[in-house]
Design a protein around this ligand. Structure first.
Ligand code: ADP
Ligand code: ADP
Length: 221
């Protein structure tokens, strides 16, 4: 019962950069998977293919039993709503509060005001930020900002959460906090795929690992 499946996926960018070479991967519903590998090995590209920001040059990318190559426009947007994404650099809107940053996703998806209010507080509690709802991003630490971005990614309750180097700008303590939140989300059923080049984090976590090396994928355990 795979929620994500890549079959013989190769990605070559327009400039000739070969980012992925014949990658095969299956992720089952409810899995927590680490994707490791050095900078430039293809980790971001792998996630971009999964949320439809890039298309494979060859091969098939399936998410939620849908072949992403077949999707365009609205149907691609609908699928993306069922995928939460977290980035290394948080990508928060500077002039909006924590609550507004999180609510914005739901507003954009047409949720009713009451439903937005119903979801906001539990989501901020989940990431430990219910007392910071009215702060602005620049009033928060990096770790807190990353937790806002996690709240934003999960407030629409997507079945899949993709995190691209979410701890890349954080110290060890904050990194571990982020991992703990992702574990908690996984425990309530969300499939988590996280990229990192931090081997310590991976070793401490006791989850399956795949490694990318020059665009080739290896199963580590
Ligand atoms: P990682 O996330 O592991 O650092 P990336 O997936 O970002 O790796 O990059 C893999 C390879 O593809 C690198 O050689 C990188 O320079 C190249 N690459 C990534 N994005 C682009 C792009 N938009 N255009 C051209 N080359 C790219
Ligand atoms: P990250 O390493 O945080 O995943 P990116 O995926 O944006 O960041 O970039 C990874 C690598 O891909 C970098 O080496 C970057 O220079 C290269 N890259 C990203 N976008 C492009 C692009 N449009 N053209 C060429 N190289 C790119």
């Amino acid at each position: 019962d795979s929620i994500v499946r890549l079959q013989q996926v190769t990605k070559v960018y327009a400039n000739g950069s070969r980012a992925l070479e014949n990658v095969n991967l299956q992720v089952r519903r409810g899995d927590f998977l680490f994707v490791t590998g050095p900078s430039g090995s293809g980790k971001s590209t792998l996630l971009k293919l999964l949320y439809g920001a890039e298309r494979p040059t060859q091969g098939q990318v399936q998410v939620h039993d849908t072949n992403l190559s077949d999707l365009r426009g609205d149907r691609l947007s609908m699928l993306r709503r069922r995928i939460g994404v977290v980035f290394q650099d948080y990508k928060l809107i500077p002039r909006r509060t924590v609550a507004e940053n999180v609510a914005f996703v739901l507003q954009a998806q047409g949720y009713a005001r009451r439903e937005i209010q119903r979801r906001l507080l539990p989501t901020l509690k989940m990431v430990g930020l219910h007392d910071k709802a009215e702060r602005f991003p620049d009033e928060l630490s990096g770790g807190e900002q990353q937790r806002v971005s996690i709240a934003r990614a999960i407030v629409s309750t997507p079945p899949i959460l993709l995190a691209d180097e979410p701890t890349g700008n954080l110290d060890a303590d904050n990194s571990w906090q982020v991992i703990k939140i992702l574990k908690k989300l996984n425990a309530v059923g969300i499939t988590v795929i996280i990229t990192t080049h931090d081997d310590r984090l991976v070793r401490m976590s006791n989850h399956p690992v795949v490694q990318l090396c020059n665009g080739r994928l290896f199963h580590v355990n």
